[in-house]
Design a protein around this ligand. Structure first.
Ligand code: PMP
Ligand code: GLU
Length: 395
């Protein structure tokens, strides 16, 4: 059968593929520990769940405007002003079925065949595929462990040409946990704005920070920035609301209107019930976030220490999000459990088969020398998973 250009060119989501594999193996009764899905292992806080239940009983069961209810968009504007210093009006907000759909709508609204999209790499798996969906070309700028996985202004300047339309920034970053400083963002995003390049700033991990790292929203650097930067955020990570499907984009009204027009035809927007819960998430008490981050921090310290103690493995200390991105190239060429491993796919498969632990190959995030480990899972799982990894490498 001949499929469309889009279906032929887009690769499956490696994060979803690995987590589905783990779920299927568990259903078969196999004892496997999954570090695949970037999904908080916490339940959505009670006040938010209650708001969702109340919305059902209040009869909020109809279509909403595609971009979201006015009350939710106003709550998002208040949040963006209070937390990020960004002044947007509700007409500049689009809510969607997750930040994933917000990013995709904006890419599809801006990019065409012939356009280039600069993506600092390692990068989240969907940026490249959504760019390909638009028919545009992902241009990956590689940042190494030594650079704490952050690209430089020079790298960015060298990658710009007449076809460059958009850049996608993600700080704190999935999969590396790196966080750009305000000074770096001013330089890099300033250069984009000067060169008429739009920037998607995906800030979905803004609240998950460690060791005093600070989040900064580049749209706030001045009027030209507010015009060119599209700020994307969501509820999945900060409020453990992955299953509710709620994210948003804020930016230049013309871009947001075009993105909403596309969403009219995709999904008509996200669920009315989810939106009511989202208002409570933004307006209700926020102490859940602090407690969740404190727990992630304990796991992070244990996990990174453990990884760095393994011969052939080294891991940069992440400053944000809930992922470790260890370099495993020191294991390539060695015989592990009777097999020689030469890339991240090979190691992931071996670990699933022989140690019953599942990570995501770094290759899908732009580096075959790494694995991605989500520590949004219990400390017991982390301890057991690391023990299995250690035993396999030692054996
Ligand atoms: N951006 C990044 C960097 C992510 O890791 C995720 C995780 N799924 C998303 C966006 C999308 O999240 P969601 O669609 O659940 O809001
Ligand atoms: N963002 C999460 C991850 O990277 C969820 C899965 C996905 O949407 O890719 O694992």
């Amino acid at each position: 059968m001949k499929f469309s250009r889009m279906a032929r060119e887009v690769q499956p989501s490696a994060t979803i593929k690995i987590s589905t594999k783990v779920k299927n193996m568990r259903a078969e009764g196999i004892d496997i520990i999954g570090f695949g899905m970037g999904e908080p292992d916490f339940t959505t806080p009670d006040n938010i769940r209650e708001a969702g239940v109340k919305a059902i009983w209040d009869g909020l069961t109809k279509y909403t405007p595609t971009s979201g209810t006015m009350e939710l968009k106003e709550a998002i504007c208040d949040k963006l002003l209070k937390d990020n210093g960004l002044k947007y009006s509700p007409g500049q907000i689009m809510t969607s079925c997750g930040a994933k759909q917000s990013v995709c709508n904006v890419i599809l609204a801006l990019c065409d065949k012939g356009d280039e999209v600069i993506i600092p790499s390692p990068y989240w798996v969907s940026y490249s595929e959504q760019t390909i969906m638009a028919g545009a070309k992902p241009v990956l700028l590689h940042a190494t462990d030594d650079a704490d996985f952050r690209i430089t202004l020079k790298q960015f300047e060298n990658a710009i040409n007449d076809n460059t339309k958009l850049m996608i920034l993600n700080s704190p970053c999935n999969p590396t946990g790196s966080v750009y400083s305000e000074a770096e963002l001013r330089e890099i995003v300033g250069c984009a704005v000067k060169n008429n390049i739009y920037v998607i700033s995906d800030e979905i991990y803004e609240n998950i920070l460690y060791d005093g790292a600070k989040h900064c929203s580049p749209a706030g650097f001045g009027d030209e920035f507010l015009d060119k930067v599209i700020t994307v955020n969501g509820f999945s990570k900060s409020f453990a609301m992955t299953g509710w499907r709620l994210g948003y984009a804020a930016g230049n009204k013309e871009i947001i209107s075009e993105a909403i027009k596309l969403q009219d035809h995709f999904t008509s927007g996200t669920s009315s019930i989810t939106q009511a819960a989202g208002i409570e998430a933004l307006k209700g008490k926020q102490d859940f976030i602090k407690d969740m981050v404190a727990e992630f921090d304990k796991r992070r310290r244990f996990l990174i220490d453990k990884l760095n103690s393994l011969d052939g493995v080294s891991c940069v200390m992440p400053k944000g999000a809930f992922y470790a991105f260890p370099n495993i190239s020191g294991l390539f060429g060695r015989s592990i459990a009777g097999e020689t491993v030469n890339d991240s796919d090979g190691l992931v498969n071996l670990l699933i088969e022989k140690a019953r632990v599942a990570f995501v190959p770094g290759k899908s995030f732009g580096s075959d020398d790494h694995l991605r480990i989500s520590y949004a899972t219990s400390m017991d799982n982390i301890k057991e998973g690391m023990a299995r990894l250690e035993a396999l490498l030692a054996g």
